[in-house]
Write a protein that binds this ligand. Structure first.
Ligand SMILES: O=C([O-])CC(=O)C(=O)O
Length: 177
């Protein structure tokens, strides 16, 4: 296992990053009976956080990842979406995931669901979510960007840094790599 001093964005291990930075936040593996799973083609990803809070409406997710929002380019960032843990509809599918890749996002973490998971599993994008469901969300142009969000013992703001791999998700105020 690489020492944290030699870890890169490609080979980091969250366990080692956390050992070296014990003040970091750690996402719980069980959040009221729900857990995060990897649905993207990349199960190791990290980057600066951009937060979205929405409920069963992926308008903000679509506009940010399509880069018609205020960020013109994802610049290797990770969109973290507090979808309220809803398991009733998907906030991300293969089309929006492809926009995220085209606009250089490193990944998307959704406290909620995704769909089109067979295609997503082949895509060069990190995607962590609680589950999958065929139903899409109902866009009403609701939801907010850059709010403080909390789930699974994490409290995140835009500008923080998040690291995800098969061990779980950790977050920090400062870059760990
Ligand atoms: O459009 C949506 O809401 C989700 C979806 O299916 C996609 O991104 O392909």
């Amino acid at each position: 296992m690489p020492e944290s001093a030699t870890m890169t964005k490609e080979n980091f291990v969250t366990c080692d990053l956390l050992d070296a930075n014990p003040e970091s936040q750690v996402c719980l593996p069980n959040i009221e009976g729900k857990s995060f799973y990897s649905f993207g083609g990349k199960d190791k990803f990290c980057g600066e956080v951009v937060t979205v809070k929405c409920f069963e409406d992926n308008s903000r997710v679509k506009s940010l990842l399509n880069s018609d929002g205020k960020d013109k380019d994802g610049n290797g960032k990770v969109l973290v979406v507090d979808g309220g843990g809803s398991m009733r509809c998907a906030l991300l599918g293969d089309m929006i995931a492809q926009s995220a890749i085209d606009n250089h996002w490193a990944g998307v973490i959704i406290y909620g669901c995704v769909r089109d998971v067979d295609d997503m599993a082949q895509m060069e994008l990190g995607v962590m979510a609680l589950g999958c469901i065929p139903r899409k969300s109902n866009r009403r142009d609701e939801g907010q960007t850059d709010l403080e969000i909390s789930f699974g013992d994490l409290t995140l703001n835009s500008g923080m840094f998040v690291y995800a791999d098969n061990n779980g998700i950790i977050a920090s105020d400062k870059p760990l790599i």
